[in-house]
Design a protein around this ligand. Structure first.
Ligand code: GLC
Length: 427
């Protein structure tokens, strides 16, 4: 990668306001932003950063990464450990802050006016030992996507429990297949062995009253009867209401099947809402979203808290421009653009009252309470060990789903492994 220092003229007088906020450089920088993406995020990135490029004269190049957050994390950790100067900004998952904090610039001072406009809990999730490690660009909490037309046709209501979902999915799948829809499946989700499975499985476990793997006080809680019940329930879906291939699905594979009209239900994040209503979607106008089902009648529904942020590398040689871009991407203009074009949930409080967002992406105001009550993965209590904890968890779950050991056996073993990782205490 090379850095061309280009003098770029300010292109538009309409950008004066941005200019006032972000400052005009004497020389333009070419900066590199690394990010994984789902949906159309890569395609839309150019339009998203254009106003900032026009105002500042800088140029941003997106370095696209694989969609899997686990794959991104592995690569970023290598680059950061090597002190790579090639990358100026990293788009970071909500769970990474404690593990990567040492490699990022403290944005507290730069964001002193912007940060108070965000939800305090989200700013808090990116604050490690008093240092603001990354600025939030969107938050995430999943939904149960369901086909309104199919539920109506078969006289079913939106399931409130996983048992109801199982029954409804099977009934509609059977009836539709009998009518010749051979490719229709009841329920698609993320069963691949990666961070996404940690999210899905945490939702099953939590909604059955089985805790949060590792509790906020650091205790390991995963080996319990309710967690076992939750995983056995999910195992029952594989090959019945979900294709065997679900064990290799990430977000995009689930959306692919759903968006061609071949699923009754899907578990996915809000980004799939706008895409599902796109002109090229077979389910445009035919679906709606609901909170994920509960494990027990009248029990809690659980949504895993997700979300993405932007961090400035300590090793960047263009820090001023990089910080300016981080502020822009976390600011109201870019967050609104992202909400409209990608149905991502903003982290700025006021955008939940924005009439354009409510009209174009109605899931957003509806999902405010869902993400505010979402369950965090145990990245805060397990500190630098979160990735190890999560990968042990998703492996135990994946083994269970694929029939390699029972849930009881796998969770018992997992608890031993986690105690081992914890050692004398999480650090
Ligand atoms: C979504 C979430 C992120 C999570 C990932 C798992 O991108 O925002 O937090 O880790 O899905 O696949």
């Amino acid at each position: 990668m090379s850095y061309g220092v280009k003098g770029r003229a300010l292109r538009s007088a309409a950008c004066a306001a941005i200019l006032a906020a972000f400052g005009a450089p004497v020389l333009a920088d070419e900066i590199f932003y690394v990010s994984g993406a789902v949906g159309k995020a890569v395609e839309n990135f150019g339009a998203l950063v254009k106003p900032w490029e026009e105002a500042t004269g800088h140029k941003v190049t997106l370095v696209p990464m694989p969609a899997s957050t686990s794959d991104q994390f592995g690569q970023y950790r290598l680059w950061l450990a090597a002190g790579a100067t090639d990358i100026d900004l990293y788009q970071t998952d909500v769970i990474w802050a404690p593990q990567l904090a040492n490699h990022f610039v403290d944005l507290t001072e730069a964001a002193k006016d912007l940060a108070p406009t965000h939800f305090p809990s989200i700013i808090e999730s990116q604050t490690v030992d008093g240092k603001l490690v990354a600025l939030p660009i969107f938050t995430d909490a999943p939904a149960l996507y369901y086909r309104k037309d199919l539920l109506e046709k078969h006289g079913k209501s939106v399931p409130k429990t996983w048992a109801e979902l199982t029954e409804t999915a099977q009934a509609i799948q059977d009836a539709e297949r009998a009518e010749g829809k051979a490719d229709l499946w009841g329920f698609v989700w993320q069963g691949n062995a990666y961070e996404g499975l940690t999210c899905d499985a945490l939702e099953w476990v939590k909604s059955f009253g089985g805790g949060q793997i590792v509790e906020p006080d650091g205790s390991i809680s995963i080996n319990n009867e309710n967690a076992i019940k939750a995983l056995e329930t999910a195992k029952g879906w594989v090959g019945t209401i979900s294709p065997d291939g679900v064990l290799a699905y990430q977000e995009e594979e689930a959306r692919g099947l759903w968006q061609t009209g071949n699923a009754v239900f899907m578990r996915n994040w809000p980004y799939a809402y706008g895409l599902g209503n796109g002109d090229d979607s077979a389910v445009k106008g035919l679906f709606d979203v609901a909170p994920l089902p509960s494990g027990t009648d009248g029990g809690p529904s659980a949504a895993t808290l997700g979300g993405w942020n932007v961090a400035v590398s300590k090793y960047s040689t263009h820090q001023e421009a990089a910080i300016s871009l981080a502020l822009y991407l976390a600011g109201p203009e870019a967050q609104k653009a992202r909400a409209l074009s990608e149905s991502n949930l903003p982290t700025i409080v006021a955008l939940y009252d924005d009439p354009d967002i409510a009209a174009q992406q109605p899931i957003i105001p509806r999902w405010k309470d869902v993400f505010l009550q979402a369950v965090p993965r145990p990245s805060a209590p397990t500190k630098g060990k979160y990735n190890e904890v999560s990968s042990k968890f998703w492996s135990a779950v994946h083994n269970t789903l694929s029939g390699s050991g029972s849930a009881a056996e796998n969770l018992e073993l997992l608890a031993v492994e986690l105690e081992d990782i914890k050692g004398a205490g999480w650090q």
